[in-house]
Design a protein around this ligand. Structure first.
Ligand code: NDP
Length: 501
């Protein structure tokens, strides 16, 4: 039965989580809320599945993950339509997100053996007759907790890498996007029907908390910093390791020698794509004095042209989570009260469930719009003396997720000075779509990495094995050693390490 409910507010009814379209309130689907018993059973099934999945080896897993990737690729339009219906995401944004997720699955599947497979490593001074081997073994069962804003790309950053590394996964999607989660988990299970290698559990935050207590071998959490702290506190009870991908307040710094049109285009897209509901979205822009006015005019001209609405073809869709609208409104009003000016949008831009693009200038650095995650289609644009001052201000919040630099001559140098996990030079957000690059933050943005070689290793434990391959040359590690052995040891160590050069 299709009912119309309060737009975007997930409800629980007779044990089912009901997700709704954030613009229309149309019911998108009903999903059984996991009880503690069903969660325990899911983790037990995952444990059995993990042994089978690990036993397939790199090539068996690669073949299945690549088949999963192909199924998703051939049904991208269907997935994008569902993402639009459940999260309000415009079709083009949904496709870009889903394509990036597909690319990550393929990369993780193809790369896993090279990064994690057994290799011989160097021996040591007193143990020359031993061979040393290193490999990265799966942890077992990984619990993945995901947010709603990128309902496939974000969880896949953990899921694909955990699976490629040989783990089974129990996934708890955000209560705002269970249908998208169910859709891709169903596709995986069509390709891998034998065992419960990838399962999904539905519910509110308490189900996420129960997953943290369920005995999984690692929790990969993506969401707000506040919830990340709760996850870590619960995981500490059982010393369950955690990976925390939390919020951000990313800045773009535009140097005087930047290509202004490219910079304005990237700034508007990086700040306003997905209605600004992007963990690595540009929220603050610091612009060198000589080009400030020219740059601002270009940004405003571009942002003013964007279409806002529920249609899949809109540039900017609705705010997915209704409670976020009040935060966006507070940030805008606080900025205006404290001397800021809206050169586009402003307080009247907030028209639930939509927020029109809003560009703020002259906002004090300690205002909420500069310090706190806004998660809406707003940008603060601030005049700075030069790029160095821009970088200093970019580094002045507790977050440290991503960011961007625009400069023709100093890009790489400035990028290295930004205190964050990722920085793009002369583009925005592009690091998120590069499977080879690790993704994650510092400070309030969390720790640990998804994507890249580090993202594969994150879901493993290094296993070190030493195998004796010949009788001891120098019997140092036995009580059979003699004074002669000791003097030989000393001679060898002085020869190798005793000289200063
Ligand atoms: P939340 O922190 O509200 O929720 C994230 C997930 O945690 C949801 O599945 C949520 O379930 C679950 N959860 C809630 N309470 C608990 C709990 N006590 N224990 C365990 N799990 C719990 O974040 P949002 O969904 O609102 O996502 C937006 C945030 O995510 C932003 O801050 C954004 O910056 C960040 N983000 C970070 C990314 C990164 O890679 N660094 C990428 C994308 C987003 P439920 O929804 O049912 O409450």
């Amino acid at each position: 039965m299709t009912a119309t409910r309060t737009p975007g507010v997930p409800a629980i009814d007779e044990g089912s989580l009901i997700s709704t379209n954030p613009a229309t309130g149309e019911e998108v689907g009903r999903f059984p809320v996991a009880s503690t018993d069903s969660l325990t059973a899911a983790v037990a099934r995952a444990r059995d599945a993990a042994a089978w999945w690990a036993g397939l080896g790199f090539s068996g897993r690669k073949q299945r993950l690549l088949a999963f990737r192909s199924v998703l690729t051939n049904r991208l339009e269907e997935l994008a339509a569902l993402m639009n219906r459940e999260g309000g995401k415009p079709r083009a944004d949904a496709l870009v997100e889903a394509i990036a997720a597909v690319d990550h699955i393929a990369w993780a599947a193809q790369r896993a053996r090279k990064v994690l497979g057994r290799r011989r490593v160097g021996s040591s001074l007193l143990l020359k007759e031993h061979a040393a081997f290193l490999e990265y073994l799966p942890l077992g069962v990984v619990g993945v907790i995901g947010p709603w804003n990128y309902p496939i790309l974000t969880p896949m950053g953990s899921i694909a890498y955990a699976l490629a590394a040989g783990n089974a996964v129990v996934f708890k999607p955000s209560e705002y996007t269970p249908a998208v989660g169910q859709w891709f988990v169903d596709r995986f299970n069509e390709v891998v029907p034998e065992h419960a290698v990838l399962q999904i559990v539905y519910g509110l935050g308490d189900v996420g908390a129960a997953l943290c207590r369920s005995g999984v071998d690692k929790i990969a959490f993506t969401g707000s910093t506040a919830t990340g702290k709760k996850v870590m506190a619960v995981a500490a009870e059982s010393l369950t390791p955690v990976l925390l991908e939390c919020g951000g307040k990313d800045a773009m710094v535009v140097a005087a020698d930047a290509d202004l049109d490219e910079a304005a285009s990237a700034c508007v897209w990086g700040g306003l794509t997905n209605a600004g509901q992007t963990c690595v979205g540009i929220e603050r822009v610091y612009v060198a004095e000589p080009i400030f006015d020219d740059f601002l005019n270009r940004v405003v001209a571009r942002a003013a042209k964007l279409t806002v609405g529920a249609e899949p073809s809109s540039d900017i869709g609705p705010i997915t989570m209704p409670s976020q609208i009040e935060i966006i409104r507070r940030h805008i009003e606080d900025a205006l009260t404290r001397g800021g000016r809206a050169v586009l949008g402003g307080a009247e831009a907030v028209q639930p469930p939509f927020v029109n693009p809003t560009i703020l200038v002259d906002v004090p650095e300690d205002a909420a719009a500069v310090q706190e995650e806004t998660f809406g289609p707003t940008l603060t644009v601030t005049r700075v003396r030069d790029a160095a001052e821009g970088v200093r201000l970019a580094n002045s919040t507790g977050y440290g997720l991503g960011g961007a630099i625009f400069s023709k001559s100093q890009g790489l140098n400035l990028a290295r000075q930004v205190r964050s996990g990722m920085t793009s030079v002369n583009s925005a957000l592009t690091f998120a779509g590069m499977p080879a690059l690790p993704f994650g933050g510092v400070g309030n943005s969390g720790f640990g990495r998804i994507h890249g070689d580090d993202g594969l290793r994150e879901f493993t434990r290094p296993k070190s094995i030493v195998k004796r391959r010949a009788p001891s040359l120098l019997a140092a590690t036995t009580f059979d050693r003699t004074e002669k052995t000791i003097s030989q040891m000393l001679r060898v160590v002085r020869l190798v390490h005793g000289r200063s050069k």
